[in-house]
Ligand binder design. Structure first.
Ligand code: CA
Length: 224
């Protein structure tokens, strides 16, 4: 899953990015409102984390402009404690949720997961496909109660496929949702990751969950 982080406090931005990257998220950073608005309009994101007080354009304006452009990506607004009225304005401007600074990282991850779940119309916090269970907050994957160890990138690709259960996705969609801005989209790196995931997820299991869709890409499904 790919996140746009619009936050002008460099140290906070780096801390959030590091934590999210360790959890398998691809993160693009913007350090002012204009840059954030530009990236939010031109790239594909699963969640936008948007600070309220920003140079050049404030968070409320960025949020409004994105919604005016019909960009429906879930937006999590970051506010300082004293900005209660702004929080309400943020929700009015089209933000989906807000988090008050300072916050625990685990709280941020839980909010992000709630927004992803809502966006992909999932009701449970864990994603279950056949005997495979994915916990997106704790980043734990098990198949038939046996834990599976994945790298952050492998986890990210698996999560994207699983959130789109039974829906074929293209290689481009996979890269757009799991790699950041600096990714070279001409490589066949997706296929390499899928081959590894197949070994880890489907190896030794009769019911395969990762399938190739010829001419399209891949689909994750319990149906054969
Ligand atoms: Ca700020």
């Amino acid at each position: 899953m790919r996140i746009l982080l619009i936050e002008d406090e460099k140290r906070l931005s780096e801390t959030i990015k590091k934590g999210l990257a360790e959890s398998g998220f691809a993160v693009d950073q913007a350090f002012d409102g204009e840059e954030g608005l530009y990236l939010g309009q031109s790239e594909t994101y699963d969640v936008i984390i948007l600070d309220l007080m920003l140079p050049k354009l404030d968070g409320i304006t960025v949020c409004k402009k994105l919604r005016d452009k019909k960009i429906a990506v879930p937006i999590l607004m970051l506010t300082a404690k004293a900005q209660v009225e702004n929080r309400v304005t943020g929700l009015d401007a089209g933000a989906d949720d807000y988090l008050t600074k300072p916050f625990e990282f685990v709280e941020l991850k839980a909010r992000i997961n709630a927004l992803l779940r809502r966006n992909y119309r999932q009701t449970e916090s864990a994603i279950v496909i056949d005997t495979l269970e994915i916990d997106p907050v704790k980043r734990i994957v098990t198949r038939g109660d046996k834990p599976i160890t994945l790298t952050p990138k492998e986890f990210s690709i698996l999560e994207y496929l699983a959130r789109n259960q039974d829906k074929p996705v293209t290689r481009t969609q996979i890269t757009e949702h799991t790699w950041d801005y600096n990714f070279d989209s001409f490589s066949n790196v997706v296929d390499v990751f899928i081959a590894t995931l197949r070994k880890k997820i489907d190896g030794g299991h009769k019911n395969k969950l990762i399938h190739t869709v010829h001419g399209v890409g891949y689909v994750m499904s319990a149906k054969k």
